[in-house]
Design a protein around this ligand. Structure first.
Ligand code: NAD
Ligand code: DAU
Length: 329
């Protein structure tokens, strides 16, 4: 199995999950080690996998790696909306050209691809909309990040239809858990509190995200790889809708602080209001169920992980906050 982006947050969690649950798989990770890729994420298992530092846009390299493996699970991407609003170009390179490069290698060697994508390709919902996203919701992305992910999904669909490549796609909601970069909402707030500062809420904080523990994302991806129908898209979600204000208040409470002790900062331009996933297809067709259904428990163990792993996040923290300060958040 070739795993792209395996030194990032969700990719590294997927490597651990697969090694634990499918010890017979031989795993190769390819990762460019951008600011978001941390080789330390995989240190404990480096003797059990083959790790290649490289760019998914490198056609020769991808051709060789795809030829040497049966299955490709494609996580590698520029993943942060705020960065895409400051400098969109790397998003076009890694998300569009990178996916195209992988598709061409998959087509040439007749291999199987699972493409990892996001619920953000569907745009956003009103707070009072009774509907949730399904596999049939029209694409309507808002940010440079989500539009490049939408573009990558459409490339996969076109390669399936025009060239008959063996591929599946999953669109998942917001992940949380260990090894998530401190630029993202939950780790940023936990580490701000650990550094003695206040959490930062964009705008009024009414925006809703549909939280899923990253281990549940991993189990869903493995289910789709092993039982999913080729050419199909599956939405992954765990019924975890919460608004940002509620999440910050929970983090403060669980860290024994006053739940109202946070700051409102400038809102994100074009900020999506609400994401919500209907994962009925995945549950009914493949029998998948999430395990981490108690968000507060999952959040508490994530707080513990960041509290106990300061050496992991500290080196990224200053540069991340400097970027935010420049952007006014
Ligand atoms: P991340 O930013 O933590 O990790 C991305 C990894 O990809 C990093 O290790 C980085 O070095 C690597 N990478 C980037 N460009 C590369 C390139 N050109 N060549 C090789 N490696 C490259 O991101 P994440 O949060 O783990 O997200 C992983 C995937 O899951 C992405 O495709 C993202 O769109 C998708 N996704 C994320 C979420 C979420 O909540 N984080 C939810 C749904 C889907
Ligand atoms: O929905 C899936 C997507 O979830 C993935 O495709 C993306 O890769 C992933 O980054 C995530 O995107 P979001 O933009 O939803 O996540 P982020 O962690 O950046 O922000 C979550 C919410 O919190 C969002 O409404 C913005 C808000 N926010 C964020 C930060 C960093 C704050 O209020 N304060 C903050 O400091």
């Amino acid at each position: 199995m070739l795993i792209t982006g395996g030194a990032g947050f969700i990719g590294s969690n997927f490597v651990y999950y697969t090694l634990k649950n499918r010890p017979e798989y031989q795993i190769t990770v390819i990762d460019k080690l951008t600011y978001a890729g941390n080789p330390d994420n995989l240190t404990p298992v480096l003797d059990k996998i083959n790790f290649v530092t490289g760019d998914i846009c490198d056609q020769e390299l991808m051709d060789k790696l795809v030829a040497d493996n049966d299955v490709v699970v494609h996580f590698a991407a520029e993943s942060h909306n705020d960065n895409s609003l400051q400098n969109p170009r790397p998003f076009l390179d890694s998300n569009i050209i990178g996916t195209y490069t992988i598709l061409e290698a998959i087509r040439k060697h007749g291999k199987r691809l699972h493409h990892i994508s996001t619920d953000e390709v569907y745009g956003d919902l009103e707070l009072d909309d009774p509907n949730r996203f399904t596999e049939n919701t029209p694409y309507n992305p808002s940010s440079p990040y989500s539009s490049t992910k939408a573009g990558s999904d459409l490339l996969v669909r076109a390669w399936v239809r025009s060239f008959g490549v063996q591929a599946t796609i999953s669109n998942c909601s917001n992940n949380y858990g260990p090894y998530q970069h401190v630029e993202k909402f939950i780790p940023r707030q936990i580490t701000e509190i650990l550094e003695g500062r206040k959490p930062r809420l964009y705008g009024a904080g009414e925006n809703v995200r549909d939280w899923i523990h990253t281990e549940d994302h991993s189990s869903a991806v493995l289910a789709i790889l092993e039982k999913g129908r080729l050419g199909e898209t599956y939405l992954i979600g765990a019924d975890g809708e919460k608004n940002n204000k509620e999440v910050i208040e929970l983090i403060l409470k669980d860290m024994n602080k006053d739940p109202s002790d946070y700051e409102h900062v400038t809102d994100r331009p074009g900020h999506d209001m609400r994401y919500a996933i209907d994962s009925t297809k995945l549950r009914n067709e493949l029998g998948w169920m999430p395990k981490f259904t108690n968000f507060e428990e999952g959040l508490k163990s994530t707080i513990d992980w960041y509290t106990n792993n300061e050496a992991w996040w500290k080196p990224q923290k200053e540069a991340t906050e400097a970027k935010y300060q420049k952007a006014g958040h």
